[in-house]
Write a protein that binds this ligand. Sequence first.
Ligand code: SME
Length: 149
Amino acid sequence: MLEALRPQVSSIIDSNNTADAKMQEICELLKAKVPHYDWVGFYFKNGDKRELKLGQYAGAPTDHTIIPFGKGICGQVAESNENFVVPDVQAQDNYIACSITVKAEIVVPLFVNGENIGQIDIDSNTPDPFTKADESFLEFVNFEVAKIL
Ligand code: SME
C-alpha cells in the first residue's frame, strides 16, 4: 500500500504547482490513503530560531504551531536528526499531546543539502502501527519534498 503511493507522491512533486500546494496535497493524500495516518503535517525550522513552525497539514487543527527545539517528539528530532517512532505516546515523558485520541506517532527529519530543516510528523489513533515500511516511505516522501525546497 505504501509502495503504491510513491509514484503518486512523485507526480505531485512534478506537477505544476507551488511548493506549499504540493506539500498540502501530499498531506491530504497520505491522510486519505493510509488508514493508520490520522494527522499528517510538516514542521520547519523557524528562520534562525531554535524552534519549529507548523507548515502544511491534514487533520484536526493543533495549538502546537510553534515547538521549541528539544520539546516533544518533534523538538527532539530537530536535535537528533534521526527518525523517532513512538509505539505508545503515553509511555513518553517528553511528549506534547495534540489530541487524546492519538496513540502513536512517527517523526522523520527532512534534509536539504544534508541539513535538518524540518520534518514530517504523523499521528495515529491506532496503537503501535508503524513499521520499517513507514520509516522508509516517509524518508522517500521527505527526499521528494526536499527537491522543491
Ligand atoms: N506530538 C508532537 C506535537 C505535534 S502534534 O503531534 C501535531 C510532539 O510531541 O512533538
